[in-house]
Design a protein around this ligand. Structure first.
Ligand SMILES: Cc1cc2nc3c(=O)[nH]c(=O)nc-3n(C[C@H](O)[C@H](O)[C@H](O)COP(=O)(O)OP(=O)(O)OC[C@H]3O[C@@H](n4cnc5c(N)ncnc54)[C@H](O)[C@@H]3O)c2cc1C
Ligand code: FES
Length: 257
């Protein structure tokens, strides 16, 4: 059951010009903080009525430690970036369904594909699957070298393939270029990133029988299924589902992008 808990900022590290790693700690008992789930962060300023959704980038539940990685895109995330260690944040979590990986076993090959701020949930997933003994390959796409983050986490978890639009790091191209040159077998594919990336992954694996998990973003109000602000269409019957409740992770075989 999700709960709202107070966390104290331990560290605020700038990873790139506009991406930050926020390390938090709580004395509350954390349950259900699993890869692919997310939290809703209340900003410590009464001007901000709505919490901001952020993926869980890492969590050591027993120690009450939580990491979030976010890009400053608007007023809320810019306020977040200005907060110093010691500041208290109220965080609602863990929300959503998370990635499906429970049936994987040691030595299973898995492929993770992400771009930009789609990478934070994959950081936690890569670490978790590597701890399970899976053979993890991560493909990441960025515009340019200066925007690259998360390399150390992905390299520590397995194989890391990088593409940048301008070729300043990794190969020149996108995750599509990496996918087109990739032929290894795998048991499960996971992707998170901009719509174009998710569409590429969905199309690339459309004729395979592989399970493909896509983690979606949607504008969110409540994060708990109450405001209907985050609906997507699923399956043959165009069933509407909440990204915040039934998602954010959906099967590529079912979700309409
Ligand atoms: C499930 C989920 C996980 C996410 N995980 C991450 C992450 O790990 N790292 C990261 O950098 N970003 C992530 N995002 C996007 C992040 O929530 C937005 O960038 C952030 O809310 C923008 O807030 P703002 O006040 O700076 O921007 P503003 O544009 O000023 O926000 C105005 C309002 O729109 C909402 N909003 C704006 N953009 C988005 C968006 N893309 N998705 C949902 N709501 C939005 C805000 O919550 C706020 O209520 C995630 C979004 C979702 C839905
Ligand atoms: S964000 Fe309110 S229903 Fe999903």
């Amino acid at each position: 059951m999700p709960s709202a808990n107070d966390f104290i900022i331990q560290e605020q590290c700038q990873l790139t010009a506009d991406v930050y790693l926020l390390k938090l700690k709580t004395t509350a008992k954390l349950s259900g903080y699993l890869p692919g789930k997310f939290v809703m962060v209340a900003l410590p300023n009464e001007l901000f009525q709505l919490r901001r959704p952020l993926a869980i980038a890492d969590c050591q539940a027993m120690q009450g430690q939580l990491s979030l990685v976010y890009r400053t895109v608007g007023q809320g995330t810019n306020l977040l970036a200005s907060l110093k260690p010691g500041v208290k944040l109220n965080i609602l979590g863990a929300l959503g369904n998370g990635f499906t990986y429970q049936s994987l076993t040691a030595n299973d090959q898995v492929l993770l594909i992400g771009g930009g701020t789609g990478l934070p949930p994959l950081m936690f997933l890569a670490k978790t699957l590597a701890q399970k003994g899976c053979q993890v390959t991560t493909m990441a796409g960025f515009r340019t070298q200066a925007q690259v983050f998360g390399t150390a986490v992905f390299q520590a978890s397995g194989k890391f393939l990088l593409a940048t639009d301008d070729g300043t790091a990794g190969i020149q191209g996108t995750v599509k270029t990496l996918l087109d040159n990739w032929s290894a077998n795998c048991r499960h594919v996971y992707a998170c990133g901009p719509l174009g990336l998710l569409q590429t992954v969905q199309k690339h694996f459309a004729d395979c029988q592989l399970p493909v998990d896509l983690s979606l973003e949607s504008r969110m109000g409540c994060g708990m299924g109450a405001c209907a602000g985050c609906m997507v269409s699923i399956g043959q019957g165009d069933l509407n589902q909440h990204v915040c409740l039934e998602g954010p992770v959906f099967s590529a075989a079912e979700v309409k992008l």
